[in-house]
Design a binder for this molecule. Structure first.
Ligand code: UT7
Length: 327
């Protein structure tokens, strides 16, 4: 039976760098607080006129080239995002057109920061069932466009960028060994953007007056449940596939907070030097954070054929998941 392997990766981030020092001019914060509480030193910010789908397309082209797959052979394009170019049509349709992937079905999914892992699980299922052979899985976000630059508790966290992965059908020992995705809608208020949908439509003045189309987060509560949930699903995929944590070559987690990454690594028994961290340079890019980190790591030549990679993420919904992949 076929299953999915990660055959190519790519990334594209805006050129503009927003440093912690820049943020001290907008809100009452400090480089020291942001670095010690989150690990973030700078993040990328899309300039006026820049469009997220262009970044997704650039990342996707790199992934196709790395995977040696022609755009005409792409069966499906899945974009994980909470910040699409526009509510209609989906980002994936815009990306499909810009790429010229005529044969590909295309759709978006909103699974918050766990979006890439949701996509991995679904794409592997499509490939296992024989419904697709080549799936482009893209995580792209322009979260700085939804950050409230009057709320120091959230605006310092988010950054912009896109990462892409090409998932290809294989019968080899490479690829997805196990994956799981979870949800608990009871925690919806932990991370939310209350305005901009049909409850508080963007065309009503009070929506903006009440600052509803901005990301809100209950940080401390989210922190605790994020660590616990990611550790649980990591243990689950390891157990399902019969591996121990000391066999994991790299943990590539969602980049929400360096302290969360350390806590997950410590509880699993994976030392920090085997945890991939780039939050210092990009901040939290939600569904884009794992594919951006993966692509950087791959292009730095850090991952070898046969390495065992554990992915995990947690985000709005609440959603979370884990995946174990043989490189
Ligand atoms: O990506 C999706 C999943 N997201 C996450 O998993 C994020 C989880 N949460 C977190 O990463 C952390 O909770 C935050 C980084 C968001 C916040 O860190 P914290 O250590 O939980 O801080 P806190 O919210 O408990 O705030 C501690 C103090 C407060 O002051 P008082 O009440 O103790 O006087 C805040 O007002 O830090 C203050 N504070 C700040 N101070 C300077 C909050 N934000 C800032 C800031 N600069 N930017």
């Amino acid at each position: 039976m076929f299953h999915a392997c990660i055959a190519g990766t790519g990334r594209a981030v805006p050129g503009k760098v927003l440093t912690n020092a820049d943020l001290t001019r907008l809100v009452d914060t400090s480089d020291e607080w942001i670095v010690t509480r989150t690990g973030i030193r700078e993040r990328r910010q899309a300039a006026d006129g820049e469009v997220l789908s262009d970044f997704c397309v650039e990342a996707a082209r790199q992934a196709l080239e790395a995977g040696n797959v022609s755009v005409k052979d792409v069966d499906a394009i899945l974009v994980s995002t909470v910040s699409p170019d526009a509510p209609i049509p989906s980002m994936a349709c815009i990306v499909q057109h810009k790429l010229g992937a005529k044969k590909a079905a295309a759709w978006d999914q909103n699974a918050g920061c766990a979006g890439w892992l949701y996509g991995l699980h679904i794409a592997d299922g499509l490939i296992q069932s024989g419904k697709a052979r080549n799936v482009l899985l893209i995580g792209g976000e322009f979260l700085t466009r939804y950050a409230d630059y009057t709320d120091r508790a959230t605006c310092v966290l988010f950054g912009d960028g896109a990462g892409a992965t090409l998932l290809k059908a294989t019968k080899s020992d490479r690829g997805v060994l196990a994956s799981t995705i979870r949800c608990d809608g009871e925690g919806a208020a932990f991370i939310s953007m209350p305005g901009g949908g049909s409850t508080h439509p963007p065309n009503r003045p009070e929506t903006l007056e009440q600052r509803l189309p901005f990301i809100k987060m209950m940080g401390g509560e989210t922190f605790k449940v994020a660590v616990r949930s990611m550790v649980d699903v990591c243990r689950e995929v390891l157990q399902e596939s019969g591996f121990e944590t000391d066999e994991v070559s790299w943990l590539i987690p969602h980049q929400a907070n360096d302290r969360i990454i350390s806590a997950v690594g410590e509880r699993l028994g994976i030392p920090k030097e085997r945890c991939v961290v780039n939050i210092d340079r990009y901040g939290n890019t939600s569904a884009a954070s794992i594919p951006i980190a993966l692509d950087e790591f791959v292009r730095e030549g850090r991952i070898k054929r046969g390495d065992l990679i554990l992915f995990t993420a947690f985000g709005a919904g609440l959603t979370w998941g884990a995946g174990l992949v043989r490189w």
